[in-house]
Design a protein around this ligand. Structure first.
Ligand code: ADP
Length: 326
């Protein structure tokens, strides 16, 4: 049994729909178990600047349905320095905060791992990112909502693409991960997805053109993961203009649209389960772990595994997309 008495919560890095549901779950589950709870605003930046408020259950009322994060989020260079982290530790001590729940992506959890080791400070992470690029969990908080947003946008673009008989490259987020592009393509009935995971192995654009993808159709939609590795939608459209000038090509970049909106039921449910599990993990003396859900079961994933292991793309999905786009 742990001797933790008060827990701080922060959201960090890129925001994701469902973060509020996670904040609510951690707050309520912690208060239910007798902990004091502190909301830390603006991620590690706000921690260093002492932007901290004690939370009651009312602080998290009426937020489960809201996108973004009521705690705000930020990026913080100072936390990447030993001095910055020492300052953060001093602030936590001053407030008597014994443990942290960090909700964020791989950068935020990398910072959490370093800080937790440096000060032997108990930290539990929650995977909050639309990219779904954290290893050890089937889904991250925000991914399902972003996927649904992409699907709705592509449905709309298809109407105009069909009318004009064009090739559309639609760029979606995902940094180094093609989960949004690949599953977004399957969900919206797109012709192909160009993803970083296989960009180094094959020339996906050349393959696409070679496959004669336009023969049986009068328009084509290709989802592209934003990444220097894929070249992004703009890079690919330049290539088409130079190498395949017969094609009438257009680009849409979905951008920050993908981060917004009310979280889906799926994201609210996993955020709620993971938030409650974070409190259980602290009660259970777990440290430096991310909460994941694998095959519908809560799992503890060591930070080192969650961050370092590249989450593999399911090649069956690629094959399915190819078969269904003939
Ligand atoms: P995300 O969590 O969405 O991946 P970032 O990669 O921007 O977002 O990381 C968010 C924050 O996490 C950074 O601004 C920084 O404060 C912290 N962070 C990231 N990497 C490190 C690191 N190597 N050491 C310490 N802190 C880090």
């Amino acid at each position: 049994m742990s001797d933790i008495k008060s827990i701080g919560i922060l959201t960090s890095g890129g925001d994701a729909p469902g973060m509020n549901a996670a904040i609510r779950a951690v707050t309520r589950a912690a208060i239910f178990s007798g902990f004091k709870v502190y909301g830390i605003y603006r991620g590690y930046r706000g921690l260093i600047a002492d932007e901290i408020e004690e939370f009651s259950t009312q602080n998290v009322s009426n937020i489960i349905q809201r996108g973004g994060t009521i705690l705000k989020t930020a990026r913080c260079k100072e936390f990447q320095t030993a001095e910055g982290r020492q300052c953060a530790y001093d602030v936590l001590r001053r407030h008597g905060i014994d443990a942290l729940v960090v909700i964020g992506g791989d950068g935020s959890l990398t910072g959490a791992r370093i800080f937790g080791n440096e000060f032997s400070f108990p930290i539990v992470g929650l995977p909050g990112t639309i990219d779904n690029d954290l290893y050890g969990t089937d889904s991250t908080i925000g991914y399902d909502t972003a996927l649904n947003t992409i699907m709705e946008c592509v449905d709309k673009i298809r109407d105009t693409a069909t009318s004009h008989e064009r090739l559309f490259f639609i760029e979606v987020m995902g940094r180094d991960a093609g989960f949004l592009a690949l599953n977004g393509a399957i969900a919206s009935g797109a012709e192909a997805a160009i993803i970083p995971e296989i960009s180094t192995q094959v020339d996906q654009l050349a393959d696409l053109i070679k496959s004669g993808f336009r023969k049986s159709k009068n328009s084509s939609i290709v989802l592209v993961a934003e990444s220097p590795i894929t070249g992004g939608a703009i890079g690919l459209s330049e290539r088409v203009k130079n190498e395949y000038p017969d094609y009438d090509v257009r680009v849409t970049i979905l951008g920050h649209l993908q981060r917004g909106g009310s979280p889906t039921a799926f994201d609210r449910i996993i955020a709620s389960r993971m938030g409650a599990a974070a409190v259980d993990a602290l009660l259970d003396d777990q440290r430096n772990v991310m909460i994941g859900i694998k095959n519908d079961e809560i799992v503890y994933v060591p930070f080192t595994k969650a961050i370092k292991n590249e989450k593999p793309i399911n090649h069956d999905l690629l094959a399915t997309l190819r078969r269904l786009s003939i």
